[in-house]
Design a binder for this molecule. Structure first.
Ligand code: ZN
Length: 172
């Protein structure tokens, strides 16, 4: 699943791979909604878990090791008027995604957030939570310059690590 993104990932280490990055962004822009396209299997990505109400995705431009996204299956753009049952299931998804990261990488903290609306910094309309693990010694593997982030594992390795623990978090 994750192999196709090797080039994208490399971008964060060597900006000479920028061409590949631009190509991937162009491909993504062809879709009306990137997250719906991923859910429908029309756009390649790294889905870690698929549930009835939501799916969990690896952020392929990670801010940090283990950065995940929790996305409702339905294309919804707001949070305030969401059905209470869906909210409950989505929040369980957020909780489980955090548990998965904790089990896999044992971070020291988290930033969990929703960006809603253009002025809220949302680059994608489709509601989604960003779940960013934080580590005491981030300087060791997180570059601070704007265009380059260094994560110590490849996306393929991160995917493999996370998948090992999926069944412990989402029990049948
Ligand atoms: Zn959508």
């Amino acid at each position: 699943m994750g192999k196709g993104f090797k080039g994208v990932y490399d971008h964060f280490l060597w900006s000479s791979k920028r061409k590949q990055y631009v190509k991937n962004v162009k491909k993504a822009k062809k879709h009306k909604c990137i997250l719906c396209a991923i859910r429908n299997g029309k756009l390649k990505s790294i889905v870690i878990y698929k549930g009835d109400d939501y799916f969990v995705l690896m952020n392929i431009y990670p801010y940090n090791l283990g950065h995940l996204m929790v996305v409702p299956n339905k294309h919804v753009t707001g949070f305030i008027n969401l059905d209470r049952r869906i909210v409950r299931n989505l929040m369980t998804g957020v909780q489980k995604a955090m548990k998965l990261i904790k089990l896999t990488y044992n971070p020291d903290g988290f930033n969990v957030g929703l960006n809603i609306g253009e002025y809220g910094g949302a680059s994608i309309d489709h509601l989604h939570w960003q779940i960013v693990p934080r580590y005491k010694r981030e300087a060791g593997f997180m570059e601070s310059t704007a265009d380059t982030r260094v994560v110590p594992e490849t996306l393929d390795e991160i995917q493999k690590d996370l998948l090992k623990n999926v069944s412990k978090v989402w029990k049948k």
